[in-house]
Every structure is written in C-alpha cells, then in structure tokens.
Design a protein around this ligand. Structure first.
Ligand SMILES: Cc1ncc(COP(=O)(O)O)c(C=O)c1O
Length: 487
C-alpha cells in the first residue's frame, strides 16, 4: 500500500473532495467516465501519483469503478436516481455492547479496542495535581449543587477552546454536560419523542446507537464513506421518504471510520436539511493532524445546529466534562439538564477551569496531534506489512488511515465474520471492536475498528499486530479449491 507524507496525503484528499463534489452536483453521473489520470492531474495542478492515490481510495470505497481500457467510471450505486433509501428501524444493541465494552476495559489485553486517549503526558499530570488541590479546597466549602449552565470560570475558559475549533461563542451560550454522551442525550430528548426517526451516519459510534435505543427512537442509517462521511444523495432520498425529527452526525475524524466531511458537503447538508435540527458530535474535532473543515455549527446561521464536544478524547474521558452550544434549543436543554442531575461534577469543573487557565492545554493539544499522527503512520505501516505477508490477503483489505483522532477502520472481504475475529483476538490477548457494533443490521460485520492511541513501537505491539494479522489470514485462508481473487 502506498505510504505518503502528510502533505501529499492532504493533496490526494483534496482531489477526492473535488471529485465527490462534482459527482454530488451531477457533473459526473452514474456510469460516466472520469477524466484520465493525466487530464485530472493537469486540471487540478497535482501530480499523477496524487490522482492515482485518490482514484484508488475512491475505488476502495466503491464510489468509482476501474474499467479495463476505459479508465475509471462513477459507480452506479452512488447516484441519487437509483437505489432505495434505508428504512427507519429500532436499535437493538444494548445487550451485546455491554459485554464487548467490558472486555475492552481488561488491562491485560493489548488495547486496540479502546477509544480512550493516551494519558501519559505531562499536562495530564498537572491536571491531576489541580484536581488534588481543588479537592482539598472543596472540603472547606459548604455542600452545594453547581446548577446548569455550569461553572462560570470553566465556561469562560471554554470560549478559547471553541475559538481554536473555529467557533465563536460567549460563556452564557455554553452548557456544561456530563461528557458529550449526556450532551447528545439531552439534545435528542429536546428534539424528539419516543418512536421518532433520527438520521445517523452508517457506520455510527455505538454510544449514539445506544442512546437511540434507550430513548425508543428509530434510526435511519445513511451510508457514509470512510473518507468523506455521510452520502448526501442517500440522505436526500431518505428525507423525501421519511419524516425525520433530527440528524445526528459525527463529521470530523469520525468514530469508527476516521472520515472527514468536506466543507462543501457540510454546506450542502445545511441546504438539503432545510429546518431539520442537526446534532453535531465533534469529540475528535480537535485532534486533526492538519487543517480541518469548519464545524457545521459555525456554518449555520439559523441556530438549529446543536454542537456537542468534550475533553474526553483530548485530555481524559474520566473527567466527564463536556459542553453544548445549543442555539435556539438552549433554554429548553438547560431546564432539562437541571431536572436531570441538579448540576454535576463541582470538583471536576472547577479543577478543569483552573487547569485551562494555566495555558497548558493548547500546548498539550499540539503535542497529542503530532503524537497520534506518528502513531497512525507506524501502526498502519506495521499492520499493512503484517497483512501483506500473507499472499492471499494482498489487495483484499482496505485500511483507512485517518487525518486525525486515533481510530482506524479495517475493511475486509464481505464474507468476513469480525465477531469471530473479535473472539479469537481476545483469546490471543488483543482487544478490538467488531464492525457489527456500529450498525443495526450487521452491515459492517466484515470490518474492524482499531485504536492506535496507546501504540508503542515495542515488541509487545509488534507481536500483537503480527498475531492479529495471523488471525485474519487464517480466517480468510482459501481452501485449496478456492481462487484467491478479490471479489
Ligand atoms: C463519536 C463519539 N461521540 C461521543 C462520545 C462520548 O464522549 P464522552 O466521553 O465525552 O461522553 C464518544 C466516546 O467515545 C465518541 O466516540
């Protein structure tokens, strides 16, 4: 698999984005021939290798097809005019996910399944020192509730955090939540009633699927590209067909695929959805390795986007500090928050506010962005080399290497049973998450979500990666009568 520098990588992504926009605008229709590699490299002033890489990625995502002697064509299934929109359905995942999640917490396993950040950084030590100081101070204070919208100092500090994300917000617009999970839950409760239909990305972070299940909501799963996110043609079809109460989307460094929705598509999403409320889940938004498109919240001028974020991925998920910018739903959600918990986490909110005042968070962010980028490169290289050492795996998988966050998505041939791979990996001392956790109908049973947050270039990790490749290879080993061709 081609290895690329971050610079060439962002260029090929730009080519992909340009092509996706042209397809969504109908410049190229289903079955149309795309420009040759030479033509496109001249049109976009990029190298031929960049175009080849972009075409390979789009082909792997089944958006385009290579035709012998006639080059690349737009795949039939990406067009608005064809295909039936996915149907709304209830989610049934709570029973299996509890078991799987408990296993990812087992500290004896190599943690490829965990979506928690690496906490071995000096800033985290300072943060916990601050929590210690605050806890001593709090013992001298009378007991009280810290009512919504939350600690004033913390909300003031979060103004700068939002600014770095390209979002301008006043302290009074910020609602502190118990992690992004509570923020998304509050947003869903404010916008829906049991039985309503919510549009989500497919695949979708299982925590969001669990919320829909527990609130009795139906999901319409809109297929999403592991590169550029939700397919807006499919979304348009679904909106024509079903009454949708809200759209829940995770557009930047998506969990599980790492996709990033391009800026033009974000704008198009706002146009397409008219007045339907959008919940933007941006928990990985600050972990990009380079520039990222503007948040959907910052592009909207109708106050119907609810922005949800937290410090769970950038600092520590144990803090349970999240926040909402709720636009026109702000006062409604603030009342719900009050009823939900009468305020929460006094100690943590004041400690995090003091920590943010030190200015160490910004430097920490830069450090972890570089750290995860390096991990991504080394982990993906090691896994690719291990998989490619089995001749029958060559060209039969696609490892999506994201431009941010610390999760990557491995897509294997359609008949792969990742639930079985998950069991075998666990027995071999490796945690990972099977694709079936990220959908309602096992559509991604052939995929795995892998984390490189804790990756180290050590014998333990090298052996773990080799063991995982061996498990996959043995699962997909052709019997002597079978062909090894990629289907
Ligand atoms: C996409 C996504 N949204 C929301 C959450 C919940 O985050 P928090 O820990 O802040 O509740 C997670 C956690 O993994 C996530 O990956």
């Amino acid at each position: 698999m081609e290895q690329s520098t971050p610079r060439s990588k962002s260029k090929y992504r730009q080519v992909i984005q340009e092509l996706e926009v042209r397809v969504s605008q109908g410049v190229y229709q289903a079955g149309d021939r795309l420009p040759s590699i030479r033509q496109l490299s001249e049109q976009l002033a990029v190298s031929k290798n960049t175009v080849i890489r972009a075409y390979q990625e789009l082909e792997a995502a089944q958006k385009i097809e290579a035709h012998p002697r006639s080059g690349y064509r737009v795949a039939e299934r990406t067009q608005t005019s064809s295909g039936t929109p996915p149907e709304p359905d209830f989610v049934d995942l709570l029973s299996i996910s509890r078991k799987v999640l408990q296993h990812t917490l087992n500290s004896n396993l190599l943690p490829m399944g965990s979506a928690h950040p690496n906490t071995h950084f000096p800033a985290i030590t300072s943060l916990y020192a601050e929590i210690g100081r605050q806890s001593r101070y709090q013992t001298q204070q009378p007991s009280h509730y810290l009512l919504p919208p939350g600690d004033e100092q913390l909300r003031k500090q979060l103004v700068s955090v939002n600014q770095w994300l390209g979002i301008s917000a006043f302290p009074h617009e910020i609602l502190i939540t118990h992690g992004a999970q509570q923020g998304i839950s509050m947003a869903l409760q404010a916008l829906t009633r049991p039985g309503d239909t919510v549009v989500i990305d497919s695949p979708c972070y299982f925590g969001n699927l669990l919320l829909l299940e527990s609130l009795g909501l139906k999901a319409v799963e809109i297929p999403a590209s592991p590169l550029t996110g939700m397919d807006l043609n499919q979304l348009a079809l679904a909106l024509k067909q079903w009454p949708v109460a809200a759209i829940l989307i995770n557009p930047s460094y998506n969990n599980p695929t790492g996709s990033v929705m391009p800026a033009a598509a974000r704008q198009q999403l706002l146009t397409l959805t008219q007045d339907i409320p959008i919940i933007e889940d941006d928990v990985f938004g600050d972990l990009g390795y380079g520039d990222r498109p503007p948040s959907i919240y910052s592009l909207d001028d109708s106050q119907r986007v609810i922005y949800c974020n937290s410090l769970s991925k950038t600092l520590d998920s144990r803090l349970r500090i999240g926040w909402l910018l709720a636009g026109r739903y702000q006062s409604q959600i603030e009342k719900r928050l009050l009823a939900d918990n009468m305020g929460s986490l006094n100690l943590m909110q004041s400690a995090v506010a003091e920590f943010l005042k030190t200015g160490k968070y910004r430097a920490h962010l830069r450090k972890v962005q570089r750290y995860y980028q390096r991990n991504q490169r080394q982990f993906c290289q090691a896994l690719t080399a291990a998989l490619d050492s089995y001749p029958w795996l060559l060209g039969r998988y696609h490892l999506y290497q994201p431009d941010g966050g610390f999760l990557c998505w491995l897509s294997l041939p359609e008949h792969t049973d990742s639930d079985q791979l998950y069991q075998q990996a666990r027995a071999a001392g490796i945690s990972l998450l099977p694709g079936s956790m990220f959908c309602t109908q096992k559509q991604y049973r052939h995929c795995l979500r892998l984390s490189y947050a804790a990756f180290e270039d050590t014998p333990d990790w090298q052996q773990g990666i080799a063991a995982l490749a061996a498990i996959i290879a043995s699962h997909l080993q052709p019997s002597s009568s079978e062909s090894t061709g990629f289907s």
